[in-house]
Design a protein around this ligand. Structure first.
Ligand code: NAD
Length: 264
């Protein structure tokens, strides 16, 4: 095993279980020698995340709900005490009321619009602001986005709008924080069956469609995304900032369906 991340410390937010994209990134970074802190949202997920943290040899496992500024502050206060500084941050957090990931976007409610944008977009900025203080010598911030930010995808609705705002915020944050050597990027992942994805109506159809119509004719795994995450938080990507990096088997380059795609 290599030691690409030896001496680097990172906070990984958004592990819900061993199918989470954040878990794929955590595994890839830990395998390269990174020291990792994890957060979980609420007691129900604590039971799932603690054994995963043990697998990584991580003792720092903290509750954080990004709608609660005090719980975010607590995470960064703890890291300031335990580590003093931070090298990277992974933000793999999104939420929308399931009922609004079906039907028409135009019917989205003000309440769910506000909450979805708060959790799925603003939280990354709120975290970046705190992370900056722990990154006096530079660092890397990475968030997760989806093609529904660029093009209309069935049922993605308000999440597509939230991801578009998130991608724009990656560029503004990259410009703001670049002076101190902090890089900010996003991975636009192809569809993967996770807890969050189970909220999207007809997700099996979307998975099949992407498998048949991507350049590589397969879906990506959390390990594919994990390795791309490793690249973005490691020094290998030291010249890269403000980028939306697609890890989607090349799906986003396609203009029409593949001629060899079977019917679904
Ligand atoms: P997941 O369900 O494993 O992870 C989502 C995480 O968001 C969970 O850990 C959950 O606890 C956390 N979260 C939700 N609300 C929160 C809050 N208020 N405070 C703190 N944490 C909160 O699913 P995933 O698919 O691994 O999602 C991770 C990221 O990847 C999300 O941003 C998602 O939009 C993005 N993404 C997923 C796919 C996919 O197909 N699965 C594709 C592209 C992008």
């Amino acid at each position: 095993p290599g030691q690409l991340m030896a001496g680097k410390r990172g906070l990984i937010m958004g592990v819900a279980n061993n199918r989470s994209i954040a878990w794929g990134i955590a595994k890839a970074c830990a395998a390269q020698g990174a020291e990792i802190a994890l957060t979980y949202q609420g007691d129900a997920l604590k039971k799932r995340v603690e054994p995963l943290a043990a697998e990584l040899g991580t003792k720092t496992v903290l509750h954080c709900d990004v709608t609660d500024g005090a719980s975010i502050d607590n995470v960064f206060d703890t890291l300031a005490k335990e580590w003093g500084s931070l090298d990277f941050l992974i933000h793999a957090i999104a939420f929308s009321d399931k009922n609004e990931l079906d039907g028409r976007y135009v019917d989205t409610t003000e309440k769910n619009f506000t909450q979805s944008l708060l959790i799925s977009c603003y939280s990354f900025t709120a975290l970046a602001k705190r992370a900056e203080k722990l990154m006096p010598n530079g660092g890397s911030l990475v968030t997760l986005t989806y093609y529904g930010a660029e093009k209309v995808m069935p049922h993605y609705n308000v999440m597509g709008v939230a991801k578009a705002a998130l991608e724009a915020s990656v560029r503004y944050l990259a410009a703001d924080l670049g002076r101190t050597g902090i890089r900010v990027n996003a991975i636009s992942a192809g569809p993967i069956k996770t807890l969050a994805a189970s909220g999207i109506a007809d997700f099996r159809y979307i998975l099949k469609w992407n498998e048949y119509n991507s350049a590589l004719r397969r879906n990506v795994t959390i390990d594919d995304v994990g390795n791309a995450g490793l690249y973005l938080v490691s020094d290998l990507s030291r010249g890269v900032s403000g980028e939306i990096h697609h890890v989607d088997s090349g799906y986003h380059i396609q203009g029409m369906k593949n001629e060899d795609a079977p019917d679904i």
